[in-house]
Design a protein around this ligand. Structure first.
Ligand SMILES: CC(C)(COP(=O)(O)OP(=O)(O)OC[C@H]1O[C@@H](n2cnc3c(N)ncnc32)[C@H](O)[C@@H]1OP(=O)(O)O)[C@@H](O)C(=O)NCCC(=O)NCCS
Length: 147
């Protein structure tokens, strides 16, 4: 499974807003509408739409952050459309994102956080090498992948 990460533009932002998780998952991730608004007012946030061919299947957003004395990446958002989950897209998006972030020098780690009962997120991030920092931020478990 491979996905292409594309910029969110004038042509695809609405499709991105329309891409949703299941109702039961809405407490685990902000809506794409909120993420896109956030990226307008917090321009260090980089929103990306994930495509399988011409079909948008998911969304992610990351930003650089000063963390203690080092610079890290923070992956703020990851979601896969409710109708196409469990087909490998979530893993493919994370793999493409990690490849992109690893290619940029000067960063100590990639951080990601999730609500404690989000077992899918925990399993996915653990399988990619992320480790629990023991830190809880705003009720979310913070995982770290050293670069
Ligand atoms: C988390 C999410 C992005 C995973 O995307 P996905 O395309 O369904 O995941 P994949 O098919 O690539 O599966 C990757 C791994 O995630 C885990 N996983 C995915 N769905 C799972 C579920 N329902 N239960 C348990 N583990 C699950 C598994 O470990 C899986 O690996 P495996 O197939 O080798 O067992 C997706 O479930 C989602 O959008 N959830 C709602 C939003 C969310 O929680 N985002 C994360 C916020 S931190």
């Amino acid at each position: 499974m491979k996905v292409e990460l594309r910029e969110v533009t004038r042509d695809n932002w609405l499709a991105c807003v329309r891409l949703k998780v299941a109702e039961s998952q809405t407490r685990w991730v902000a809506s794409n509408a909120v993420s896109l608004a956030q990226s307008k007012y917090e321009p260090e946030c980089v929103p990306l739409a994930a495509y399988d061919g011409e079909a948008m299947v998911g969304f992610a957003m990351y930003r650089p952050e000063d963390y203690g004395l080092s610079k890290v990446w923070f992956i703020d958002r990851l979601m896969v459309g409710q109708d196409v989950q469990r087909k490998g897209y979530g893993r493919a998006i994370m793999t493409a994102l990690l490849e992109r972030l690893r290619a940029q020098p000067g960063f100590a780690a990639i951080m990601i956080s999730f609500v404690p009962d989000n077992e899918a997120a925990r399993r996915l991030y653990s399988s990619l090498g992320f480790e629990d920092t023991g830190v809880i931020e705003e009720g979310e478990i913070v995982f770290r992948l050293a670069l």
